[in-house]
Ligand binder design. Sequence first.
Ligand SMILES: [Ca+2]
Ligand SMILES: [Ca+2]
Ligand SMILES: [Ca+2]
Ligand SMILES: [Ca+2]
Length: 388
Amino acid sequence: MWKFGGAVGVATLIMLVCGLPAAATTFGPEPMLFSTSAAIGAGGPGEIFTPAGPFPDVVNAPGAGGAPVIAINQDLPGGPPSNGLYVPGAGVNVDAFSRGEDLADTFTPGGHGIAPGQQNGFLFSVDSSAVGAAGSGVAGESTGAGAAADVFASLIKVTAPGTVTNSKPTLNELVYDADGSFGLPAIGLTEGVDDLDALDVIFGAHPKAQDLSGLKYFSLDAASAVGLGVSGSDILQSPLAPGPTFGIFALGTDLGLNINDDIDALILAENGSTFYEPAATLFDWTDAAEDMMLFSLAPGSPTIGSIDSFGKTIGPGDILVSLDPDGAGGSPGVVSVFVSASDLGLLASDNLNALDVVPEPSTYVLAAIGLFALGWTGWRRSRRCGND
Ligand SMILES: [Ca+2]
Ligand SMILES: [Ca+2]
Ligand SMILES: [Ca+2]
Ligand SMILES: [Ca+2]
């Protein structure tokens, strides 16, 4: 199943062993799924795409890549068992997506979701109006052709409610580029035209990295949701068993959101039950008895501008969490800011519209060395760093 050896593996290893060029990222090519806000060549805004690298898999390749291809279909006439979200209709926009494996315990058995004080890479995109904090990666791209089709990373540690450390000197950096400039992993989108609006990246050594067949979790934009009788604030899921259409994982109103809110980005570490089990307190999810679900809201959502339980004003660039001491069957959860826009190097007016979390890059490096050890053994016989 794994097809990540060969040229990409060697290129990654050159970066690891020979040192990173100034413009390169500490996040290498990884299995990546995304959606867009409008149709691209391969399909509409309800499809989940993957960059078309030199290999038939879901890994974004360094440098200029080919046009994206559909990885997971919005709808498939005839129904399961094929790979799809099973959302009917033309023009539907999926605006948040996760396979439910974001730092789930299948990657680190015994640990589930983000632990207190644990540093992780938050990967995100913004919309075409975002500016970014001065000196940040978003600011660098937004002054040019636009940051909306790019993916940025912050290195974030959340120690306690409202206590957040970002160890990126520029707060965020460009890690996956729309057209693969700077030798970064390419997404295959057009700068200044496309807007990447949903993101799911799983580190290559994760057992689900190339697995597109499991349950998928997602949200629709407000207009699409109304047309299908749900809310843009609902988290939906692909069918649990062969069936005609999607199901509901969590109602926005159960999360403590307004029915007119619109979730536009999603991180989910689902604990394997396939039902939503809300955390009662921050980090409650680490025992895998609950799910870790983090999300953002779209501009215009009624909850934007309200004050959370920690005294913070909720904005469209914030990463939010719903905490529910009563559990899913009791009163609605309470929405709070988990990581604020300013902690990510965004302005309070910027909109974050795609989101994921991955282990910090040092974890990648160790695993990548093991992963590519075989290819390296052969490659090193004929080459030396700097001799090409
Ligand atoms: Ca979309
Ligand atoms: Ca975007
Ligand atoms: Ca939504
Ligand atoms: Ca948002």
